[in-house]
Every structure is written in C-alpha cells, then in structure tokens.
Design a protein. Structure first.
Ligand SMILES: [Zn+2]
Length: 127
C-alpha cells in the first residue's frame, strides 16, 4: 500500500499513513484525533513516470533557467525530481548531495544520464 502524507492543522504536523488508495479518505490525526487532515501532494506519494516529471520540469522556468546556466543546484533539483517515486540508488544520492553543495561531478552525471535515458531514448545530450 502506498504511503500518503497529510497535514494536521491543529497540531501543525505531518501525518504519514498507509492508505489503500489515492481516493481513500484521510485518517484521523493519531495525536489529536482531528479528522480533517489535508492531503499533502508530496513527491513521495505521487508516482509519476519519468516523462511526466520531465515535462513538469520543463514547465518550471526557474529550474530550466538554472539548468541552462549549468547551475549545479538546479541539476540537483532536477535529479531529485527525476527520482521522485523511485527509490534512488545510493550513488545518485551522492551526486545530488554534492551538487547541492555546488560541486559539479560531471563524469558521474553523464554516466547516470546514459543509464537512465540510454535505452532507446532520444538523443538530447549532444551540444
Ligand atoms: Zn493533530
């Protein structure tokens, strides 16, 4: 069962709960019993395909601008989004982590891109 996250207004905390499905009603807050929890559309609960995520990213101007400027932080964000819904492999975590600190592990990224998009995907990495 997927984990969904909810926000409790009364105790101002996030409540994670296993629910049978996306449309299942929210659980009552385990702490204060508030039954009006708001669903949080976290990256962990929304399963998206890479394509969806990619389009989502492309529609985010701030992020694409950052990527055009080769801003490592934008790339880290991109990585994070591409991996939402998936379990990210540890080496991805490391890359994201390093880019979050402003580093730029190009070789590793290129390698990962080939692994992720190499299977019959379009050629977009020239230039
Ligand atoms: Zn509560």
């Amino acid at each position: 069962m997927p984990v969904y996250e909810y926000w409790c207004d009364s105790c101002c905390r996030i409540v994670s709960s296993y629910r049978p499905g996306f449309s299942a009603p929210p659980p009552p807050c385990p702490r204060c019993d508030n039954s009006e929890l708001k669903r949080i559309f976290s990256t962990f609960s929304v399963q998206k395909t890479h394509r969806d995520v990619y389009e989502d990213i492309l529609s985010d101007r701030q992020l694409t601008d950052g990527m055009m400027r080769n801003d490592p932080r934008a790339l880290a964000e991109w990585n994070r989004r591409m991996n939402s819904g998936d379990k990210s492999p540890p080496e991805y975590e490391e890359i994201t982590d390093r880019m979050g600190r402003g580093e730029w592990p190009v070789a590793q990224i290129e390698q990962k891109k080939k692994e992720s998009f190499g299977q019959g995907a379009t050629k977009s990495e020239s230039r």
